[in-house]
Design a protein around this ligand. Structure first.
Ligand code: GLN
Length: 242
């Protein structure tokens, strides 16, 4: 296919400056590369505080950050919250990791007792616990094993409006108590899994891509991609000590 004839998929990287730790940027790279392999051009918009949110994106990705990063973006995120909720209602796929996962929920209460408000798109509540939950994590869902790395003080509890993204096999996940990891509503996935998540778990990337492309173009043809290296990385990560 000639480059200019390829359909374009518009990906937004939310708060790339302040919310982007433990390789979360790799999620954007993976989506970009896999879209290319599937025959799509990618328009990548980096959104930072004060920017205007593009009106009609196809996929939105956001990462984790320090409590301070969360406080820095709070006002801006609350301002664009209604637009994000509207896009989620329209079925736009989104992937939010750790700090932004928490802030797509109702609130994050820090260890010092400060409340960082979220946009409430996900029916979840998070409060910091006494120690951080750190280490390699293995989870499982309908796509298979989903592996990653977690590092968070927040304990997240899910309400009735969401379902877990995965079940914890090894590690802490949402709160270390109920074996749930992450939360899903419509096409929005929130997860604690850094690592980054998508390079080692291409099935999750493909699910986001397939839903975005089907929504935009009315269908999505399967493409054979050699994922042996990704599968090996996933197996090695799953065996690493916690
Ligand atoms: N500050 C949040 C917490 O510790 C988010 C951390 C992160 O994004 N890695 O729970």
């Amino acid at each position: 296919m000639i480059g200019s004839e390829r359909p374009t998929v518009h990906v937004i990287h939310l708060y790339a400056h302040d919310m982007n730790v433990y390789g979360d940027w790799g999620n954007v790279l993976t989506l970009t590369r896999r879209l290319d392999w599937r025959g799509y051009d990618v328009r990548l918009t980096r959104y930072d505080t004060g920017d205007s949110l593009p009106r009609d994106p196809d996929i939105i990705v956001g990462g984790g950050g320090q409590d301070s990063g969360q406080e820095k973006i709070q006002t801006d995120l609350l301002a664009i919250g209604p637009q994000l909720v509207d896009l989620a209602e329209q079925g736009v796929p989104m992937l939010m990791i750790c700090g932004l996962y928490q802030m797509f929920g109702k609130f994050f209460r820090t260890a010092e007792g400060r409340t960082i408000r979220g946009i409430g798109m996900l029916d979840i509540e998070t409060s910091a616990g006494p120690e951080r939950l750190i280490g390699n994590i293995v989870t499982h869902n309908a796509l298979g094993d989903v592996v990653g790395y977690e590092n968070h003080s927040g304990r997240t509890f899910l309400g009735d409006g969401v379902r877990p993204f995965a079940t914890v096999v090894r590690g802490a996940g949402n709160n270390g108590l109920d074996a749930t990891e992450g939360a899903v509503r419509k096409e929005v996935i929130g997860s604690y899994l850094h690592g980054p998540l998508l390079p080692k778990n291409p099935a999750v990337a493909d699910q986001l891509i397939e839903r975005a492309v089907t929504r935009r173009f009315g269908g999505c043809s399967p493409v054979a991609i050699d994922d042996r290296l990704a599968a090996l990385a996933s197996r090695v990560a799953a065996r690493r000590p916690r």
